[in-house]
Design a protein around this ligand. Structure first.
Ligand code: GDP
Ligand code: MN
Length: 378
């Protein structure tokens, strides 16, 4: 789960990282009031969950309340990298003397947390690395020990950080690490971290929380912005289904993440494109299958659905009865492969069901199923 800049800033600020004064606006009237309160010279920052808003026109400067209102009118409703601007964070403009970068991210290779510091910032980290490789430094933190002082010094020296910022940058990095650990984040980033006449300020903030840890952070769950996430994925999440929308036209329904992945691979191999990833979990009750079918079919690109179920603990005959109930009023072509415990009984029930229905295809192997689904989707 990715937080908005204004949400991440509230958290950073609570932990002691300095931010500029600001407030979220969802209407022109609010922009006007906040800009007035902040003295007129403000930044208008679209709150959309994408990076590089600046370059895409999602960050604007205003030198008066009137200009803020005018620019906010232009900004509300525009589309920044595919996201409609509905919220604008209005922030006091700060005088930037220097832009830097500070970030922490989970590093799977080293099974640690990578800390990255750069004495230049503002552009994205890949660009910094390409343009100023000598001004960027990285160390890996072992989560067992945390961030050592010698690692901080290594970061400061290797990023060619001017000495005048050492103290403040060190304290910010330590705080950021504390936030990262407390919230079980995947990414905590300040870009740019800016030097102003009154010290260092986080001019931008990013905090991505590990979805699997969210249940331990109920306070954050409330911040989740569903206007951003795909609506179908929202419904799936509420129903406890593991669904990811893709841009192909073959719906996929499988039990187990591995099965779903393998099914998608086979579809690609046969020259088709899956419309989604959907793992319905271990069982396959008629209710779950029906809800899953509804979910898949809300995607208007879907031409056919491939149901690939392996009966382990759930027996194929039980699954088949569930499928019969769930599919009785579905008209799109559906390819079904049932294997595993009691597969013969399961297939018998399905064959019976398929009689007289032109849209139900029973297959024996995954390969056959993928081939059929790709053929039907053409
Ligand atoms: P991003 O493009 O989505 O990463 O958005 P940022 O919040 O990083 O803003 C982009 C750029 O706008 C920053 O790199 C700064 O150069 C500039 N910027 C942001 N806030 C201020 C500010 O208060 N004063 C000034 N002068 N520039 C700012
Ligand atoms: Mn930024």
């Amino acid at each position: 789960m990715r937080l908005h800049e204004y949400q991440a800033k509230q958290i950073f600020s609570k932990y002691g990282i300095r931010i500029a004064r600001g407030e979220l606006a969802t209407s022109i009237e609010e922009v006007e009031r906040i800009a007035k309160e902040l003295g007129g010279r403000v930044m208008l920052k679209s709150q959309v969950l994408v990076g590089g808003r600046g370059k895409a026109g999602g960050i604007k400067k205003a030198y008066s309340v009137e200009e803020a209102v005018e620019k906010a009118k232009e900004m509300f409703g525009t589309v920044i990298k595919g996201h409609v601007v509905e919220k604008i964070y209005v922030e006091e403009m700060v005088e930037i003397e220097r832009e830097m970068y500070a970030g922490l991210t989970v590093d799977r290779t080293s099974k640690g947390i990578a800390a990255i510091l750069s004495s230049v910032g503002g552009m994205d980290i890949e660009e910094i690395a390409a343009k100023h490789p000598e001004k960027i430094a990285k160390v890996t933190i072992n989560p067992k020990w945390g961030l050592w002082d010698y690692q901080l010094r290594e970061l400061l020296i290797n990023s060619e950080m001017p000495k005048e910022y050492w103290r403040d940058v060190s304290s910010i990095l330590k705080t950021l690490y504390g936030i990262m650990v407390h919230y079980e984040a995947e990414l905590a980033e300040i870009n740019p971290l800016v030097a102003t006449p009154d010290g260092l300020i986080a001019a931008d903030a990013r905090l991505n929380i590990d979805d699997s840890a969210l249940f331990r952070h109920r306070d954050l769950e409330a911040l989740r912005d569903f206007t951003e996430a795909d609506q179908t994925e929202k419904v799936a999440m509420e129903k406890g289904l593991n669904y990811v929308k893709l841009d192909g036209n073959i719906g996929v329904l499988a039990n187990g993440a591995g099965m779903a992945m393998a099914t998608m691979d086979l579809i690609y191999l046969e020259g088709g494109k899956p419309a989604n990833f959907l793992d319905i979990g271990g069982g396959a009750s008629s209710e779950v299958v029906r809800e899953s079918m509804n979910l898949i079919l809300t995607d208007k690109n879907v031409k056919t659905v491939f149901i690939n179920i392996f009966g382990g603990i759930t027996r194929c005959d039980d699954v088949a009865r569930g499928l019969v109930e769930a599919l009785s009023d579905i008209s799109v072509p559906v390819v079904i492969r049932l294997a595993g415990t009691n597969e013969e009984e399961g297939r018998k029930i399905m064959r019976e069901f398929a009689k007289g229905r032109k849209n139900i295809y029973i297959v024996e192997t995954m390969e056959e199923g993928a081939k059929k689904a790709v053929e039907l989707a053409r």
